[in-house]
Design a protein around this ligand. Structure first.
Ligand code: SF4
Length: 344
């Protein structure tokens, strides 16, 4: 079977990549740790994850095409590392970074790559013959599966052109949808349990290196957690905070609600920026400007207040508990009275 190895190096999750690896794997399991391709693949697998942790994206350079075997094999190795490290926060960071890499590649590659990925992921799509502003249409059910409505206004179904069970999307939007779909599949794949004790040779060495990098990265957030745990946060903010800490990509409204609340609670700009570093799309200069703007230090110099309970409810972000009764604003939340806390 002929393989387009350059394509597989770019998209190592393709079904065809599995056949390639099966056909290539002539090395016996016992001799694996002395196989040079394998050793380089482990190294690149470690690099994939380190880049995701440190830069929130995974690089793709032309050299990756030259060493295509290592590049293709490094993907399942990286997924195995993530499964063995078994941390949802890291899982999310890694899958999001892979999704971003795919999206970036699709932006610069030909239409045929996008169509190939759609077919590989079994997403039914059709060129749109009746709408000049959109290039493709996909089934309503496929659109809902990826659930892009939380990405912002333009993705909400009310703002989409829908006709006879199809949602119309541009090529760029379709690239984003397929990247998100693949990200979700990587998340699923990395949930299959793998025991790190089964690793040996380069795999074991790579695992230890990654564990150290990850432990030190996580410890940066421990200080913030300790400080916030001593304050009574209402359930709406606890949820947003924990999703943020788990590396989820909060929507604009969610992030703004959390940041304005933290500012009002007296968290410093640096502490908030540190917290936002777990965002998959984190860019320090942009985050810093936004936080300083909300704190009234930039732009209009107006300090923004966190949303009221009514507004939080309208966003679908209210998860009230018994101590929310009678309050109109998250800042009024006092939580469990101290007398009850000390009895527990
Ligand atoms: S009632 Fe207010 S403070 Fe309580 S969870 Fe809802 S929005 Fe938050």
């Amino acid at each position: 079977m002929e393989f387009n190895v350059f394509l597989l190096a770019k998209y190592p999750f393709l079904e065809e990549a599995k056949s390639f690896l099966e056909s290539y794997s002539t090395v016996s399991f016992e001799n694996l740790s002395s196989d040079e391709d394998y050793t380089r693949a482990v190294k690149r697998g470690v690099e994939r994850i380190k880049e995701a942790i440190l830069f929130k994206k995974i690089s793709f350079k032309n050299e990756n095409l030259i060493d295509f075997k290592a590049e293709i094999l490094s993907f399942p190795i990286a997924v195995a590392f993530i499964a063995a490290l078994n941390d949802d926060f890291l899982r999310n960071i890694y899958a999001t970074a892979e999704g971003k890499r795919i999206h970036e590649l699709l932006k610069r590659d030909s239409y045929s790559d996008l169509e190939l990925l759609l077919r590989d992921q079994k997403i039914n799509f059709y060129p749109s013959e009746d709408s000049p502003s959109s290039l493709y249409k996909i089934a309503f059910s496929e659109y809902l599966k990826v659930s892009p409505q939380k990405w912002g206004k333009i993705w909400k179904l009310v703002n989409r052109q829908i006709k006879l069970g199809f949602v119309y999307v541009t090529r760029e939007e379709l690239s984003r949808l397929v990247s998100e779909h693949i990200k979700n599949r990587i998340l699923e794949r990395s949930r299959h349990p793998i025991d790190a004790e089964s690793f040996s040779g380069p795999l074991k060495k790579g695992y230890i290196e990654l564990k150290n990098v990850w432990d030190s990265y996580k410890s940066r957030f421990a200080k913030f957690e300790k400080e916030t745990s001593e304050v009574s946060f209402p359930p709406c903010m606890v949820r947003l905070l924990s999703r943020q800490e788990n590396g989820e990509n909060l929507s604009h409204v969610e992030r703004r609600s959390l940041v304005t609340y933290l500012i009002a609670k007296g968290q410093s700009i640096e502490e908030i920026i540190n917290l936002l570093k777990s965002s998959p799309d984190f860019k320090e200069s942009i985050a810093r400007y936004q936080v300083e703007h909300l704190a009234g230090l930039k732009g209009s110099k107006k300090k923004y207040s966190p949303p009221s309970c009514e507004t939080m409810k309208s966003y679908g972000l209210c998860f009230s508990d018994e101590w929310c009764k009678g309050i109109k604003h998250p800042l009024q939340y006092k939580g469990k009275p101290f007398s009850q806390t000390s009895k527990n």
